[in-house]
Design a protein around this ligand. Structure first.
Ligand SMILES: [Cu+2]
Length: 175
């Protein structure tokens, strides 16, 4: 009976883990391990990521040294027109939700930093269109600078549903 219980738990953990990797929104730490800094190559970082609707961006930096301003257009980003910001953040750990498909533009508001490369263009795609792969094994690229985050209620509900379903299934199999 003890062994049965362990099996049930193991199965539950496996199923929930697989399910979470498929369904949960991702948190993308901008710039990966280097974070929001002048030395980071944001173009390379962004091109290696897939931003799905529901994902989040996290800007990590030393408060006071940098900031995050959202710009309204590609031309504003190109010319580093940080005075025309739509939104400005400065906590040092700023989270931005990618709530719909489209392109957004972010730069550092500190004088001169945008010109030194502290700017990034984020193109968000609809989650359905990019995750319609028929593959049953979902893998994350090794060393990818993002973590799974349980930020969406809808996805949490799906995870809960998977837990209950797998628990019932394993109870039938093992008890
Ligand atoms: Cu800066």
């Amino acid at each position: 009976m003890k062994i049965c219980g362990k099996f049930v738990l193991l199965l539950l953990v496996i199923l929930v883990t697989v399910f979470e990797k498929r369904a949960l929104a991702k948190k993308h730490v901008v710039g990966g391990s280097q974070g929001w800094d002048e030395s980071t190559d944001f173009d390379s970082w962004a091109s290696a990521q897939t931003f799905n609707v529901g994902d989040e961006l996290e800007f990590k930096y030393t408060p006071g040294l940098h900031s995050v301003v959202e710009l309204g257009s590609e031309s504003a980003l190109k010319s580093c027109d940080v005075g025309s910001s739509l939104n400005s953040l400065s906590s040092g750990s700023d989270t931005i939700k990618l709530s719909k498909a489209g392109t957004r533009y972010f730069a550092c508001g500190t004088s001169g930093h945008c010109g030194q490369g502290m700017k990034v263009k984020i193109t968000t795609v609809a989650a359905d269109s990019s995750s319609s792969s028929s593959s049953t094994t979902t893998t994350s690229p090794p060393g990818a600078a993002h973590s799974v985050s349980a930020s969406s209620d809808r996805f949490q509900f799906l995870g809960l549903f998977a837990s209950i379903a797998s628990f019932v299934a394993s109870a039938v199999l093992f008890v």
